[in-house]
Design a protein around this ligand. Structure first.
Ligand SMILES: Nc1ncnc2c1ncn2[C@@H]1O[C@H](COP(=O)(O)OP(=O)(O)O)[C@@H](O)[C@H]1O
Ligand SMILES: O=P(O)(O)OC[C@H]1O[C@](O)(COP(=O)(O)O)[C@@H](O)[C@@H]1O
Ligand SMILES: [Mg+2]
Length: 451
């Protein structure tokens, strides 16, 4: 089967092309992992009229979800002439407990202008047997899962079960996470939009703080285990005096602590802005509050660091008989609910087209992602074995510290621990040097040897 509109041979990707995970290597060192390069193949595995695709969105919202849905539908339809595309509503549990909708280029035409997901999403409800029964019963042979680390783990077990049953089904993921906590890939879609939108909240905090005596603007941003939004929004803004993230422990009292730093900034400048990622300081808060448990997907429910910090700062200055004006802004869900910006829209389009090319070529058990600027197919297990975190020992975090002039809050022990953790992560993600992975093809996983 051939791709519809392709006129020139150069457009196709050589199936043996690979993308290397490590771009900076020692001249005598190992070359590291390579992933299959994404893109259209001259020969594809599925005939368009035999394809029955489905799309599901799982986990929290993220700008760009609708763009990815739109471009999978339009990519399948316009590039390959596929007509049967099903939208699974309400996340994984939608496979067995909810309605489905038919998706056509016409029905998805305008959706990229809207935030959220037209399919709905949910946490929890991943029942592998019921999901694969539903895939089998409906005759679905391409499954597109748009979701974060949890969803990709879910896609991984669906892929295993599909393989066990010998079904001719391609299972493919598109990584979604506003927190940018998926490893290996350069960044996740929606992240740029989130950082841009966060600027509006930081600006407001700065205006409020600057207009009052001893004004303090405190902004909480998302980031459960990874503080990338707070980190990048701080670097982008230049109005932030202190950024607190989950990866970097901090303390309040004494020399080198947050209170002393606030006192110094107020003295120097008369006002200050603090950005805090929602997962920051959780250990510190848990010392005086009860933990909150877990959500339906097993993610930790967080204590509200923004409210807690506001209260602690207010108490501290009251005790010191200093009047301050603290304004706390929590824009988290407002940021998550926006449509994606222009650069994310382009990124979402490329990801969607790349994943369609991969599934049509018969690859399965992979997530599409950009690695060192090139799109490629990454086996599920490579991105689910570790979370992407801000490295507090690398130069990007050092740039932030020099831009805010905040104390590092870290002891030598903290830095040594972070270095050990960074090395462990690098080893785990690098794995053993290998040939291109994703050798899993729908055909080779089919015990009946179809095609
Ligand atoms: N280890 C896992 N195995 C199977 N399904 C999982 C696993 N972890 C999470 N899921 C499912 O993936 C979906 C999304 O997970 P969640 O953690 O809420 O969001 P995200 O995918 O954005 O990280 C949920 O329906 C959840 O049940
Ligand atoms: O209130 P909800 O929907 O559970 O979402 C809160 C969480 O969702 C996130 O935005 C993203 O998490 P996921 O990538 O797991 O969807 C986190 O930053 C935040 O802690
Ligand atoms: Mg997650």
């Amino acid at each position: 089967c051939q791709i519809k509109y392709v006129g020139c041979r150069q457009y196709f990707v050589d199936p043996d092309d690979t993308v290397c995970q490590k771009i900076v290597v020692h001249k005598d060192g190992p070359r590291g992992n390579h992933f299959r390069r994404a893109g259209p193949r001259q020969r594809v595995y599925f005939e368009p009229d035999e394809v029955h695709a489905c799309i599901v969105t799982c986990g929290g919202l993220c700008p760009g979800l609708n763009t990815v849905i739109r471009e999978i539908v339009c990519g399948l339809s316009d590039m390959y002439g596929v007509t049967k595309i099903l939208g699974i509503q309400g996340g994984y549990r939608g496979f067995y407990a909810r309605n489905t909708i038919d998706l056509t280029p016409k029905s998805v035409n305008d959706i990229h202008k809207r935030g959220g997901t037209i399919l709905g999403s949910s946490r929890g409800g991943h029942d592998t047997m019921k999901i694969v029964d539903s895939i089998q019963y409906r005759g679905i042979n391409q499954v597109y899962v748009i979701g974060g680390d949890g969803s990709q783990r879910g896609a991984g077990v669906i892929f295993e079960e599909v393989r066990k049953r010998g079904l001719k089904v391609a299972v493919a993921g598109i990584p979604k996470t506003i927190d940018n906590d998926i490893p290996v890939i350069d960044k996740s879609f929606g992240f740029d939009s989130a950082v841009e939108e966060a600027q509006r909240a930081i600006n407001a905090a700065h205006v409020e703080a600057g207009s009052a005596d001893n004004g303090i603007g405190l902004v909480k941003l998302m980031g459960r285990y990874s503080g990338f939004i707070a980190h990048y929004a701080t670097l982008a803004s230049r109005d932030v005096d202190c950024c607190l993230i989950p990866e970097s422990p901090f303390y309040l009292e004494g020399e080198g602590g947050l209170f002393k730093y606030i006192e110094k900034r107020l003295k120097e400048n008369g006002h200050m802005v603090i950005v805090v990622a929602e997962g920051a300081g959780q250990k510190l808060i848990a010392e005086n509050m009860k933990e909150m448990g877990q959500d339906a997907s097993g993610n930790a429910l967080l204590l509200d660091v923004g409210l807690w910090l506001s209260q602690k700062i207010n108490e501290h200055f009251k005790k010191n008989k200093t009047t301050i004006n603290l304004k706390y802004i929590d824009p988290t869900y407002m940021i998550r609910a926006i449509p994606s910006n222009a650069s994310d829209n382009v990124y979402c389009t490329l990801l969607a087209h790349s994943v369609v090319h991969g599934a049509m070529a018969g690859y399965t058990g992979f997530t599409v992602g950009q690695v060192n600027g090139r799109h490629c197919y990454i086996p599920f297990y490579r991105i689910t074995e570790k979370q992407n975190k801000v490295s507090i020992t690398d130069r990007m975090w050092a740039r932030l510290l020099s831009s805010t002039n905040q104390p590092s809050f870290l002891s030598k022990q903290d830095v040594d621990d972070a270095k050990v953790e960074d090395e462990r992560t690098a080893k785990l993600l690098d794995g053993s040097p290998s040939n291109p992975k994703v050798e899993d093809k729908v055909a080779s996983s089919n015990s009946n040897g179809v095609k």
